[in-house]
Write a protein that binds this ligand. Structure first.
Ligand SMILES: [Zn+2]
Length: 410
């Protein structure tokens, strides 16, 4: 064996107690208590381990531009309109540099796999896509990144966008997304996205249903298209903030349809909390879909970061564990089992949403291991405990020390 990560509690098998994980040639070779072998050793001291946090939805390409945007003057905000005039100035180098800073924060916060949304249109061309593709190649030692390419400012109303989507799909984009809310013909955009997904045999990961009124609810059309194009199990809806405006019985009925069609949902608590309820000046709704409730109705869900330091979300440290804590706090989630579900929505459930067949702490899988400074998933979420060590394919990629008090001498 090349490495033994000793004395970890497996997030999915806590009752096993502390075990050792043996690694050979970048893969997990054994999981058992008291492994005996001559190998380099990392002692986790009984802490929690998982196969890495999975970021299913983040915009690396437009992160860290908040310093280029004046703050909003009233309650109303339009982040897409705020970013649009900046995009002509996005060079490959500029996008790369900003995206790299954000990615490095994701890495120290324990991400080992990622799907990043990248926008293309005539203003930015393929420069964002090119920058993120280079970044993904340069950081392949630390994280597996797949790109979901999408039209942020509309597809049917922006001639030239479709050709760019096709060019990206031909050169490495692994999924296609959309944002029908920003299209002059939302229904036509959704149909075109499904056609392109069929033509290129890729999954769909589409922004849906943010707004201050329950109608229109585009998810219904996405359900119909999923059936028509036989894309069951290959569609993800991001946001779904409008579900927070509906009574539970209506959400449950819709959730059963999503579950039947294998449509997964990524909830993006920070962005939706910041953007929703802008129509009011008091008693402002939280505006975040309840991922735990959807999960309990049979829908697979993930919790993710979305935007960082831009007009859609002017904050962020790229900690997925903080996102789960925020979700639990906003949706008034309590109790260990439901907090464990929140943790699963950063790990195993996110991996299943991205259809990663080799994710998980199991013999034969890549030795992606994140040791978190907690004993249980519920403690990690409740206390926003940080990762202390990250291994990617058996090699250490992150060293992080918890802060210590230093008492001065008397
Ligand atoms: Zn997004």
């Amino acid at each position: 064996m090349d490495l033994i990560v000793r004395n970890v509690r497996l997030a999915e098998r806590l009752s096993d107690g502390p075990v050792d994980i043996g690694i050979t040639a970048g893969r997990i070779a054994a999981i058992a208590p008291g492994l005996e072998a001559a190998a380099e050793t990392y002692d986790a001291g009984g802490r929690l381990a998982c196969a890495g946090l999975v970021e299913t939805h983040i915009h690396l390409d437009k992160s860290r531009i908040i310093d280029r945007c004046p703050p909003p003057t009233g309650r109303a905000v339009n982040p897409v309109a705020a970013v649009a005039p900046l995009k002509a100035g996005f060079t490959v180098e500029d996008v790369y540099r900003r995206a790299e800073r954000t990615l490095r924060e994701c890495l120290v916060n324990g991400a080992t796999r990622m799907r990043t949304q990248v926008e293309v249109d005539p203003a930015v061309g393929l420069r964002g896509f090119e920058a993120v593709r280079r970044l993904a190649a340069d950081y392949a030692w630390a994280i597996d990144i797949e790109i979901c390419v999408f039209p942020q400012e509309g597809l049917t109303n922006r001639p030239g966008t479709e050709e760019l989507l096709i060019a990206a799909l031909k050169t490495g984009a692994k999924a296609i997304g959309g944002a029908p809310r920003y299209d002059s013909d939302p229904a036509a955009q959704m149909r075109r996205i499904f056609e392109l997904a069929r033509d290129f045999d890729v999954d769909i990961d589409i922004h849906l249903d943010v707004g201050d009124t329950p109608e229109p609810l585009h998810i219904r059309e996405v359900c119909a298209l999923t059936e028509e194009f036989a894309r069951q199990g290959r569609v993800v809806a991001g946001h779904m903030a409008k579900l927070s405006l509906l009574p539970p019985a209506e959400v449950a009925a819709l959730a059963r349809r999503l579950a039947d069609l294998g449509i997964a949902v990524t909830v993006l608590p920070a962005t939706d909390l910041y953007l929703m309820g802008r129509d009011r000046d008091h008693d402002i709704r939280r505006g975040v879909a309840d991922a735990n409730f959807l999960l309990e109705q049979g829908v697979n869900c993930a919790l993710s970061t979305n935007n960082v330091l831009n007009p859609a979300t002017p904050y962020g440290d790229c900690s997925l564990i903080r996102m789960a804590n925020m979700h639990a706090n906003l949706l008034q989630i309590a109790g260990a089992p439901r907090l464990r579900d929140c943790f699963a929505m950063l790990t195993s459930r996110s991996a299943s949403l991205l259809k990663l067949p080799d994710y998980g702490l199991a013999v034969g899988n890549p030795a992606d291991i994140v040791v978190i400074d907690a004993e249980t998933p519920e403690q990690a979420i409740a206390e926003i405990r940080p990762p202390l060590a990250v291994f990617k394919r058996g090699r250490r990629t992150v060293i992080r020390h918890p802060p210590e008090l230093v008492r001065p001498p008397e």
